[in-house]
Write a protein that binds this ligand. Structure first.
Ligand SMILES: Cc1cc2nc3c(=O)[nH]c(=O)nc-3n(C[C@H](O)[C@H](O)[C@H](O)COP(=O)(O)OP(=O)(O)OC[C@H]3O[C@@H](n4cnc5c(N)ncnc54)[C@H](O)[C@@H]3O)c2cc1C
Length: 415
């Protein structure tokens, strides 16, 4: 088939790559001048296969007032007079219970495992240089209470096949000596040897090249404006240039997916959650970072990328522009100084902001739609890099009419 993929982020590109390897011809359309310029450009760089628990869980509602009212809180609400925001927020709160959080965690663990199975051979097989490193991941906790909650989650996930261990403060420093100066602020941690760090933006740029080398058509600087439908069937993708006709259309446009889906009569519950990162090169005689770290208190992640370090964090609900307030960059730089003791040369900090395409439940939406020829691969929220390859493989199963490798029901589109 000729399949038109809308969106050249990590989700659209991995989909295009695997569809091509199944023998399909692909056209990938993106409004930007290069691939991987959306949320995939400079994200936290963690392939976080074992940390997939959703943001909405039972512990969240009682913490909301303090989270929203504290200065420098990792979670911020920009209240808007916008029913779309209110609807999303209400649905999000409805999912903030143990039953839903567990259902999402179980589904995402399976999808993440499938992703691991496919992404690592892809990176190796295609010779993609994206600073892929089997770093393992260490999540550090500030006090006994948060460590106890983490221990309970580890016990629960052990039953689901995760390989994680709770480690002491001394073991945290042993695993990552760069944390030495911060040790008094660490009660303990959770160590996951199987998690990985890699640069998602680099991966996208190089994967796009491979797709083109194999005959794929990459249409950059071309904005999709909607679907031309006849009844419940897509006839063409409308763009700022001439329409594109294909046998199937895969919508993988991240936060840009909602208005496009609406033109085919589909309502997607996706809302942008803004986050920030900086990429820095530490100077001086420093202990290099070798492990992927998450500071659970600050909700900031640190990932090694060659001689640089990516530091990412913050979730802002309703900040829809791409501005980078200096206070966010300073907060990430402070986290770097305090947690790792690094310093950087002024001006050698690459600040970035991106919008996570989030569903209220934390589960992506993928597969068929009620509209003929139209498929979805959207809504990967905070885990798109981690889940991209598994989602793309499931989509290939659906398009080929095979029984999907894992149960696809949790990700099905529902009106
Ligand atoms: C601060 C931050 C840290 C993160 N850290 C991690 C992490 O450590 N690990 C992890 O797994 N995930 C992480 N994520 C999440 C991850 O980056 C996203 O889930 C993922 O990038 C989403 O990929 P995507 O392809 O769906 O969207 P995008 O990368 O946004 O791609 C969508 C593409 O569609 C294009 N597009 C949109 N509308 C149109 C249109 N109308 N016409 C043409 N083109 C269009 C856009 O230009 C864009 O290129 C993080 C996100 C943020 C913001």
């Amino acid at each position: 088939m000729h399949i038109c993929v809308i969106g050249a982020g990590v989700v659209g590109l991995t989909s295009a790559y695997f569809l091509q390897s199944e023998g399909h011809t692909v056209t990938v359309v993106d409004r930007e001048a290069a691939a991987g310029q959306g949320a995939s450009a400079a994200n936290g760089a963690q392939l976080s296969y074992a940390f997939v628990a959703p943001l909405a869980d039972a512990s969240l509602p009682p913490r909301l007032p303090s989270l929203f009212l504290t200065r420098d809180s990792p979670l911020k609400l920009h209240f808007r007079f916008d029913p779309v925001q209110w609807r999303w927020a209400l649905q999000f709160l409805r999912h903030a219970n143990t039953r839903d959080a567990r259902a999402t965690t179980e589904g995402l663990l399976r999808l993440a495992e499938l992703s691991r199975e496919f992404i690592e051979p892809l990176i190796e097989g295609e010779g993609i240089n994206c600073h892929f490193t089997r770093s393992g991941k260490l999540v550090i906790y500030p006090d006994a209470a948060s460590l106890a909650a983490a221990r309970a989650q580890v016990l629960y996930q052990t039953g689901l096949g995760s390989r994680q261990t709770v480690v002491t403060r001394a073991q945290c420093i042993e695993r990552e000596p760069a944390l030495h100066a911060y040790q008094q602020r660490i009660a303990g941690g959770v160590w996951t040897p199987t998690d990985v760090a890699a640069d998602c933006g680099e991966f996208c740029a190089q994967l796009a090249q491979r797709i083109v080398q194999r005959g794929g058509d990459l249409q950059l600087n071309r904005t999709a404006t909607g679907f031309d439908c006849e009844g419940a069937s897509v006839r063409a993708l409308l763009t700022t240039q001439e329409p594109i006709r294909a046998d199937a259309y895969l919508l993988a446009a991240g936060v840009g997916a909602c208005p496009l889906a609406a033109t085919a009569g589909l309502a997607l519950p996706i809302y942008p959650l803004k986050g920030y990162s900086i990429t820095v090169q530490p100077v001086g005689d420093v202990v290099p970072l070798t492990v992927s770290i998450t500071d659970a208190k600050r909700k900031v992640v640190f990932a090694p990328l060659g001689d640089r370090v990516r530091i990412a964090g913050f979730v802002e609900i309703g900040s829809l522009d791409d501005a980078i307030p200096p206070a966010r960059t300073s907060a990430l730089l402070n986290a770097m100084r305090e947690v790792l003791g690094y310093s950087v040369i002024d001006g050698d900090v690459r600040p970035w902001a991106g919008q996570r395409p989030a569903t209220p439940s934390g589960r992506p939406i993928l597969g068929r739609t009620p509209v003929e020829h139209l498929y979805l691969n959207v809504g990967h929220g905070a885990l798109g890099w981690t889940l991209a390859a598994g989602s793309a493989r499931l989509l290939c199963d659906v398009i080929a009419g095979r029984t999907p490798t894992i149960d696809i029901k949790p990700y099905a589109y529902s009106a």
